[in-house]
Design a binder for this molecule. Sequence first.
Ligand code: MIC
Ligand code: SF4
Length: 661
Amino acid sequence: MGQTLTEKILDDHLVEGELETGEEIGIEIDQVLTQDTTGTLVWLQFEALGLDEVQTELAAQYCDHQTYQFDFKNTDDHRFLRSAAGKFGAYYSRPGNGICHNVHKENFAAPGKTLLGSDSHTPTPGGLGELAIGSGGLDVSVAMGGGAYYIEMPEVVNVHLEGELPEWATAKDVALHLLGELTVKGGVGKIFEYTGPGVESLTVPERTTITNLGTELGATSSIFPTDERTKDWLSRIGREDDYVEIGPDEDAEYADTIEVDLSDLEPLIACPSMPDKVVPVDEVAGTDVEQTIIGSCTNGAYEDILPAAKMLEGRTVDKKTEMIVAPGSKQASEMLAREGWTAEMMAAGVNFSEATCGACIGIGHVPGSNSVSLRTFNRNFEGRSGIEDDNVYLCSPEVAAAAAIAGEIVDPRDLAEEFGDLEAPEFEMGTKYSDGMGQEDPDIISPDEAVDDELIKGPNIGDVPLKDEMGADIDGPALLKMEDNITTDHIIPATQDILMYRSNIPKLSEFTLSRVDEDFAQRALDSDGGFLVAGENYGQGSSREHAALCPMYLGVEGVLAQSFARIHRANLFNFGLIPLEIDEADYENIEQGDDIEIVDDVEDAVRSGQEEFTVRINDEWELTAELDASERERQILADGGKLSHTKKQADSGGDAAPADD
Ligand code: MIC
Ligand code: SF4
């Protein structure tokens, strides 16, 4: 039987286990990436593990999320990151150089390689055949130290593309279509592999828009085969030597196949406040728009901004709407500026931001209260934009530009008909990308050019807390009961006021779940232990391990949920919080404040492989909860998390560095 592309790459990198769906496998990681808001912990943990040099082929540290440096704490974080990259041997990309996924794609991503990144949108370079996976920071630290990365072998799903996109439909609409069909949980435990004749009609930037948004499906990764398009893109960017032809075998077998006829697609939009609330643009046409933003790691490339620029040529942004362009990389900015498109857009009334994540997580351009913002981003979770009752819609650059011109949501096809002279912008790639890529890029410091060789820690940069072994008895109140699809933005918001404490866990933990219940942190601290209770897909969204580490710091012992998002579930193990699955009826019956006791000798049961746990509620009734965990995860959990586990191994004479079982 032939292999899928995913299986081929995994096979090449397999260090443990077998490629059987659901089985735990360990893979070797070629490249790692990290960014400013997860990177500080990555390096603090790298240091705490006693590691002293990057072991992967390549490690890259980007400063992209909080580049405005509103507070010295952000600037200190950036300085620390530069010093860590210098000391341990990673590339460092300066603040303002662009979003990690865009800059990594431009400089380092390569077909057939594995990439692990402490950001959930790490799968972006899947669009050029790299198998890229997002994870918590501690997993990145370990991989960077030469340790394997462990995952449950996902199901490989074939997304079979036919046809070609019609005018005004874009790669964003392919991804939105899938989100509408499959929902934000539809990809959990899956890798989406794109095949079929429709693939060749899509360019690399279009493919990376699709793979980027695979994260919103909950997928482990998304990947395209390579072809002439990939070769062409790599050569335009000056990296043709990185090209390798890879794809699935003809007789590869997939767990499932999803058929998408590109020619059936039309402009789509995700309504507030979930990326899967997708409707045709027409359905919400006429809604007044106060703000549109083009940018982010999804649609911030030169090729994403150019169509909007063309639509705006000779036109102006409606007086009641603000339009902002936040390029995904400085290269995109530079190319648009050199070609005169920046001036064209400025003349149309567009404002420019530096290349940053910024507004995507409520840092700058926070929408006005009770207003509508249209963004080309990938997430519109409630409150993520920086205001609690936001109305953020997600769409393509073409739909965003049409709304900016009209001042309201409009299907660009209707606007074109109304105007008569508004042509659908042709998708166009840069003929020549900027000079100075890779090691020559003025904003990238290679390990050979390192400016620091010692860590520089400002006063806000603390230590990583450690947890004790699990112990026999775990009990405490249900500290908070939450609904389905709780995001990591609920658990630890990423807005500026909170983000500046990412390297200071005691302070950061004060904000834990504050968006759900502002008294939560104090209640957790006052209680001696306790649990979180949640519905389906708990912890969806970002990779930030702070969403496990802060509850751990507050004394939370475990989470009872109907199901967990993949990265957050791994983070719970890494920080020693027991993730137990419960069924819907039991979830309904538990009340906030109930006393919860795991009846078994928990540490012993976890270590010995027990899957079902008896949980007593208020000494009145019992439920059965499941622990779905590998042998490796069980030992990590019982030891109080991966750091404690690794230290324990080192103390007992084991090999500390790769640190895994
Ligand atoms: C996000 O899009 O939510 C973030 C901010 O990029 C996060 C990373 C973080 O919290 O620092 C992610 O996607 O992992
Ligand atoms: Fe940055 Fe937004 Fe992309 Fe996260 S989703 S990496 S915050 S642009």
